[in-house]
Write a protein that binds this ligand. Structure first.
Ligand SMILES: Nc1nc2c(c(=O)[nH]1)N[C@H]1C(S)=C(S)[C@@H](COP(=O)(O)O)O[C@H]1N2
Ligand SMILES: [Mo]
Length: 401
């Protein structure tokens, strides 16, 4: 079994780094260890638009309604839907940030969620998101009829060609399984106002979905009786209805380790729709040039998968969370004890590691896979990559005198 502690892995990681190795600019550097909540400067960005909305400044930012004072949310209906009350710029009653924050005082929710792009292996970051459930905001519209879907989009330079839009069914917005996270409109991330780059002042956050449902710079929500998905991502051959997959991803290790040193393999895993039971690694030696292992290679059937260690929840939640916040306030945590109801929390990330000892000199490749709560190992049960990138990643390193 892997009885090592996180400290062992940190030490071994540093030992690995200490081995001098020739590096050139195009060789990947060893991935640095990641904190529980991703700091702003390490969050990866996936944004469209020219200019990128988050690069606007001064008057352009004001004209785009992307400052806390100028931001407005329109909630309207197309001709197919019937809605008692709408909110629009035209009627001068669009919803402002103050109104949303005021609702947040009584209805606000906080939860942990990984942001992940359907088309990128590794999650972009893990955040503590704060906002108001979308169903409560839509409640301001009163009685609805002929509403089957909710369409929404953000600021797009007022250029129809640049629009990036998404949608949800009425049911997905209005009702959640007890214990599950609701769709919500977020204005805070990791205890701070949502930055412009992360989609601030206000962004949609769809807990179970890949990033393309979580529209940044949210400007308009439209009720419709159209039952069809209108997502921009659907037009690019992505499965627009795919919940996040359970998957493990492997950090880049050091290139070389000295014989006799401990080799720490680390990575991040996402607990998706089917939850996360365990993570396993497969170490394999090779000679000569690295080769891709074909899907039908018989080595797969003979692979010896060994257990990795999944990081425990932080023992000190106060230190892991933004200042002044208690874990008791977060959805998915026991409000009495402040402990997470499950671990890892669904739709969040967890760090994992494996410590390899006693490796003989030679070349190695290491792979890792997640096993979900149904006992199914990655990339199954949904190996099709346009419903979410979950390939089994491989990393290579050398052990030498
Ligand atoms: N308005 C708008 N929202 C958007 C996008 C965009 O280009 N424009 N990109 C989406 C995609 S595809 C992803 S993966 C996430 C990325 O979120 P992040 O940039 O905060 O990491 O934002 C989503 N929301
Ligand atoms: Mo994405």
């Amino acid at each position: 079994m892997n009885g090592h502690t996180r400290r062992d892995v940190m030490k071994a990681g540093l030992a690995g780094l200490a081995v001098p190795s020739p590096t050139s600019a195009d060789e990947p550097k060893q991935t640095p260890a990641r904190p529980f909540l991703t700091p702003e400067d390490r969050f990866r960005d996936v944004s469209r638009g020219s200019p990128l909305p988050h690069t606007l400044k001064g008057d352009a930012l004001v004209a785009a309604r992307l400052t806390p004072e100028t931001w407005r949310l329109e909630i309207v209906a197309d001709e197919s839907a019937k809605v008692a009350k709408t909110f629009s710029l035209k009627d001068e009653n669009a919803i402002d940030l103050q109104t949303l924050q005021k609702m947040g005082k009584t209805l606000g929710v906080k939860f942990l969620k990984a942001m992940q792009c359907l088309n990128i292996n590794q999650p972009l970051g893990q955040g503590l998101w704060e906002g108001v459930p979308l169903r409560d905001v839509l409640g301001l519209c009163g009685k609805l009829n002929n509403v089957r879907r909710i369409f929404y989009h953000g600021f797009h330079n007022n250029d129809p060609k640049q629009i990036f839009r998404s949608s949800l069914s009425y049911t997905q917005v209005m009702e959640a399984t007890p214990g599950e996270l609701p769709v919500f409109i977020a204005y805070k991330l990791n205890g701070e106002p949502l930055s412009l780059e992360r989609g601030g002042p206000v962004r949609m956050v769809v807990p179970w979905a890949y990033g393309f449902k979580s529209i940044k710079w949210l400007h308009r929500i439209t009720f419709t009786n159209d039952y069809k998905i209108n997502d921009t991502y659907a037009e690019q051959n992505n499965d627009p209805d795919s919940p996040m997959k359970t998957a493990a991803y492997v950090d880049v290790p050091a290139k070389k380790y000295a014989t006799g040193s401990k080799v720490a393999i680390r990575g991040v895993a996402v607990a998706g729709l089917s939850g996360l039971k365990s993570i396993e690694y497969w170490l394999r030696s090779y000679e000569g040039e690295p080769k891709e292992l074909a899907e039908d290679d018989e080595a797969w059937a003979k692979a010896e998968w060994k257990p990795c260690r999944i990081d425990d929840p932080p023992t000190d939640w106060k230190a892991a969370l933004p200042a002044g916040m208690s874990s008791k306030e977060i959805l998915g945590f026991d409000p009495k004890t402040g402990k997470p109801a499950t671990w890892p929390l669904r739709y969040s990330t967890v760090s994992w590691s494996a410590l390899l000892e006693g490796l003989k000199p030679g070349k190695y490749e290491v792979r890792a896979r997640a096993v979900d709560l149904n006992g199914i190992a990655q990339p199954e049960p949904r190996p099709y990559q346009k419903s979410g990138k979950n390939p089994i990643e491989v990393r290579r390193f050398e052990v030498a005198e």
